[in-house]
Write a protein that binds this ligand. Structure first.
Ligand SMILES: Nc1ncnc2c1ncn2[C@@H]1O[C@H](COP(=O)(O)OP(=O)(O)OP(=O)(O)O)[C@@H](O)[C@H]1O
Ligand SMILES: [Mg+2]
Length: 350
């Protein structure tokens, strides 16, 4: 049996005369959770609609469980794909209660009633079953739509921004419950999100989509530590670029000393060339004895740490992390260095 639940091969899709998906290729392993991540307008919803069968392709091929479902001029109907979808706008039936809405997802009337009750409990909907959609908050509607899709036990589940309307506490709680349900049901899932933290927290695999094209896919760890472009780096995590000069293919001189670099995604860089190095805030450390003196520009406290923006010189302002006990005022000086055990991603200088 084919190990992939979904295979997209150079898929393109047009709406009217607009080429929305230009060239998208990726594989989704069975029973895995893949996130499609990308900025607003990059084509995420269009890609889900294509996989669900609502949107034809104008080039390339799409396979579900090894079976061709899309090619130019050929589309297998949505109800013949065993694919469930939770839409960005939920699409609940307004005249049905929460319970009745979820029940419409059941394939037979009797067999899965226990499953339905378990899902209602897990998705925190027990106290809402008799309400109608207009009596629910956005997050409650979203959880109802999730339950309706899950109760059908589809081979592939497509989720469009499933956490968009949930507050932060519920995002974490529903996220954990959802992953639990998906693993139990062995459901292959593709989740669309513009939230990097959601994608990093729960995905096995991430596909980065920009302007209708996949520009990098891999594990959350590989996208975080080895971004293929400066756009991916800046989209996936907070951080800063610092100017540097290449010493050779593995080392560069920065205003904060010599560091190890990875030029895997940058071609034609030679010794002496300028490169931009991507720094994660956690790789910048305070070193009161040997660190370089920099100016503190801004500080922002967050629940677990403190993010500080500092100026090294005219060309370089970077973000760094400190623990919450750290106290300094804006315009004070600080001595910092870079973690020498990290290999930093380098991109052609701008
Ligand atoms: N029916 C349509 N007619 C014309 N253009 C469309 C249509 N639907 C979407 N588009 C365009 O296609 C592009 C991709 O839209 P899509 O909804 O797939 O983006 P998205 O990545 O899901 O964005 P968001 O994060 O805002 O939901 C956008 O530029 C959008 O304006
Ligand atoms: Mg969308």
């Amino acid at each position: 049996m084919n190990q992939f639940a979904i295979q997209a091969i150079q898929v393109g899709s047009c709406i009217g005369k607009n080429n929305i998906l230009k060239n998208v290729s990726f594989d989704v392993c069975r029973e895995s959770l893949t996130s499609i991540l990308g900025p607003s307008g990059s084509g995420k919803t269009t890609l889900l609609n294509t996989i669900a069968g609502f949107q034809p392709v104008c080039k390339g091929e799409l396979y579900i469980n090894g079976k061709l479902v899309n090619r130019k001029g050929f589309t297998v109907a949505p109800d013949k794909r065993n694919v469930g979808m939770v839409f960005q706008d939920h699409a609940l039936f307004p005249h049905l209660t929460v319970y009745e809405n979820i029940r419409t997802g059941l394939k037979t009337n009797t067999s899965s009633d226990n499953h339905l009750k378990r899902l209602i409990k897990k998705l925190h909907l027990s106290h809402l079953v008799n309400r109608h959609p207009h009596e629910l908050s956005g997050g409650q509607q979203q959880r109802t739509a999730l339950a309706r899709a899950l109760v059908a036990d589809p081979d592939v589940l497509l989720l469009d921004e499933p956490f968009a309307n949930l507050n932060q506490d519920l995002q974490i709680e529903v996220g954990i419950e959802l992953v639990d349900i998906l693993k139990q049901q062995k459901t292959t899932t593709i989740m669309v999100t513009h939230d990097q933290n959601d994608a990093m927290a729960i995905s096995d695999h991430i596909v980065m989509l920009m302007d209708g094209t996949d520009i990098q896919s891999g594990s959350p760890d590989s996208l975080y530590h080895k971004p293929s472009t400066r756009e991916v780096a800046a989209f996936i995590s907070r951080g800063s670029f610092i100017k540097a000069r290449c010493i050779n293919q593995h080392k560069a001189e920065t205003p904060l000393g010599t560091i190890n670099i990875d030029l895997a995604h940058t071609s034609d860089v030679e010794s002496g060339d300028c490169v931009d190095i991507w720094l994660h805030p956690e790789d910048v450390q305070i070193d009161a004895e040997n660190g370089r003196c920099v100016d503190i520009l801004q500080q922002s406290w967050r629940p677990l740490d403190l993010l500080i923006k500092v100026r090294i010189d005219q060309n370089n302002e970077i973000l760094m992390k400190a623990d919450q006990q750290f106290r300094a005022r804006q315009s004070e000086k600080l001595q910092i260095k870079l973690n020498e055990h990290v290999t930093y991603s380098a991109f052609s200088g701008t």
